[in-house]
Write a new protein. Structure first.
Length: 457
């Protein structure tokens, strides 16, 4: 057969021979493509092949069995303060769920697209949700994610975020929580819907949201204005000027009783006012002035008896110093997620501000009970607001923001915990660099700046 073909081919010009074989080859390929199109096999095979060969720059798909790896963030120019906080927040499942639910609720109304184009809080939350989804841990290692759109849009609200200058990580956390709290969900609801929404208040509440209780009491007369409760989403802790201390020591300083020399007790001020006006009334010879003073004395005495905090209009009060007072703050409602900011700023006698280099000794667990109020509150000036509960309120350390450098410059990075069904992993994430570390290395960090805890169920 080969001999016959060769003999016939000898008589055919070379150009015609090449064209003929080329046409035959294209025809075969076309036939295979047509069959593949009809059966769907060719298309599926191509997609599979593309999936196998597709890679992201810097991607390493190798991962340990049962392990998960967070995605890193690109530094857009001194944005390590933002990257470290975003990495920490992405470790907190409750926060990620909260942002996802908030985004769904805000997106359910009309005119959403228009609001997003205007750089509103809704748009910021949408982009925050996207970033958290992009960097959530997965079984495969992935390339660096660039959070440019989120930081650009957030910079419209807080220009310092997008200034490309070194900023404070704690302030970045605050602008995120303020944005989440400021975005309101405007919906017309029926009574039934209102009742159902009240049941979901706990679910919708920011998991960082807690309550603090504060009192100021006069040591001289014992007067305490009504205890003040206010919302908190983080706690700024003083760091003592020591070589090292525990985070519990910082909490003791925060909740301890402080003495105030410059506070003016309202009751003492009113008592001094009555005394001064009575002395002035005795000395004055004018009838109208004496009548005015006597009228004012009656008003001040009424306030002393019934409500010392009552506004007294134009009555001039005594400017006399009243003596020492005490101040104390405790946590009245523990949040589901606890954010502690370690305030390392030190003001020297020269007026210069420097960084406190004290090492904060951390543990994987934190018992918040010694710093919480109970049902009984004490208003006496030299007594704590409340005795601590004997029942522990335990938290698990989930993420750490650390800072290398001085007070005015340096570099932020994060340590984050990743839980799987069978293992616990810790990672050190510095912008686009990712390293798996042991728990002892993570909690042994010497320069912690912010701590994120999850309340144990």
């Amino acid at each position: 057969m080969d001999i016959i073909i060769q003999k016939k081919i000898r008589g055919i010009p070379l150009g015609i021979l090449i064209v003929s074989f080329g046409a035959l080859f294209v025809g075969i390929l076309s036939a295979r493509t047509a069959i593949g199109f009809l059966t769907g096999k060719e298309t599926i095979n191509k997609v599979k092949k593309r999936r196998k060969t597709r890679k992201v720059v810097g991607e390493n798909n190798k991962g340990g069995e049962g392990k998960r790896y967070p995605r890193t963030l690109y530094n857009l120019g001194n944005t390590c303060f933002a990257n470290s906080v975003l990495q920490s927040l992405s470790s907190l499942n409750l926060f990620c769920e909260y942002v996802e639910n908030k985004n769904k609720e805000l997106s359910s109304g009309s005119m959403v697209r228009i609001r997003r184009k205007q750089g509103s809080d809704e748009e910021i939350i949408w982009e925050l949700y996207n970033v958290l989804k992009e960097i959530e841990p997965t079984e495969k290692r992935r390339g660096v994610f660039v959070p440019k759109e989120f930081l650009r849009i957030l910079g419209g609200k807080a220009p310092w975020v997008w200034s490309r200058e070194e900023q404070d990580a704690q302030e970045f956390f605050q602008i995120i929580t303020q944005t989440l709290e400021g975005a309101k969900i405007e919906k017309k609801q029926s009574l039934k819907q209102i009742s159902e929404s009240e049941k979901e208040t706990e679910r919708r509440r920011n998991p960082f949201s807690g309550l603090a209780a504060s009192k100021i009491a006069c040591v001289r007369c014992g007067y305490t204005a009504s205890l003040r409760h206010y919302s908190i989403d983080s706690i700024s802790l003083p760091v003592p000027r020591v070589g090292s201390c525990r985070v519990e020591d910082c909490l003791k300083l925060y909740t301890g009783i402080d003495e105030l020399e410059d506070f003016r007790c309202r009751r003492c001020v009113l008592e001094a006012t009555v005394k001064e006006k009575k002395e002035e009334a005795e000395k004055t010879s004018g009838k109208r002035k004496r009548e005015r003073l006597e009228k004012e004395i009656i008003q001040v005495e009424d306030a002393l008896k019934n409500d010392p905090e009552k506004e007294l209009g134009t009555i001039e009060l005594s400017g006399k110093l009243t003596g020492p007072s005490t101040r104390q703050t405790m946590i009245a409602r523990a949040p589901k997620l606890l954010c502690l900011h370690l305030n390392r700023s030190l003001i020297l006698n020269t007026g210069d501000v420097v960084k406190n280099p004290a090492k904060i000794v951390l543990g994987s667990k934190l018992n918040l009970s010694p710093f919480l109020t109970t049902g009984h509150l004490d208003t006496r000036p030299l007594r704590p607001i409340s005795q601590s509960s004997p029942q522990p309120t335990m938290y698990t350390l989930t993420a750490i923001v650390s800072h290398d450098g001085s007070h005015s410059s340096g570099h932020y990075y994060a340590y984050k915990r990743v839980d799987t069904n069978s293992t616990v992993q810790w990672f050190r994430v510095a912008d686009s660099n990712l390293n798996e570390v042991s728990e002892s290395i993570a909690i042994g960090v010497t320069n912690a700046f912010m701590l994120f805890y999850t309340k144990d169920i």
